[in-house]
Design a protein. Sequence first.
Length: 213
Amino acid sequence: MRIAVLGANGNVGCRAAAEALARGYRVTAVVRDRKRVTNVPEGAAIVVADVSDADAIARLAREHDLLIAATRPAGGHEGDHAAMTDGILAGLKGSSARLIMVGGAACLAVPDSDGGLVLDDPRFVPPAIRPIAQASLDQYRRCQEADDVDWTYLCPPALLEPGERTGRYRLGAGELLLDLAGRSAISMEDFAVALVDEAEEARHRRARFTVAY
């Protein structure tokens, strides 16, 4: 399988690329600026592209079986999320290449909240991060409207941080996963495991899912 990781220099993207390489897949690391590449794992081919450019995405789609979109706008530029998402979806329109979009938890329901969203729960989304959470919810809605793209939307838990790779996680659908202590978390390493597992198994086509410990 040929996999292109968009945002491969980021925290999630570089781990997804490393996980895919470790399983023997051909990986292309797609970055915005070759001069600022610091995290791309050895063994990945590097391509410079603007993910908001639908033509660039279309070229990648012709050369790969799957695109993993792990892009995230810089703080204060949350409005860029829409352009990036639109470019990715437009470039994949009608393509045979699959897409796994790394999204946010904002679109998930909070357990025992009568359907209330993570976006509106200050325990999980304090005011400081609400702009990116709202942008992520908009991103998910754009995917839902893309009925001509073979997409999957992976929501992280409330807490996603660097840690250890255990290879273990729980799967969820439309609701935030909590442990017995009320914590919603997973390491970035195990999040990457879940990403590449989905790449292999394609269990959530045109749907969202989430993972946590």
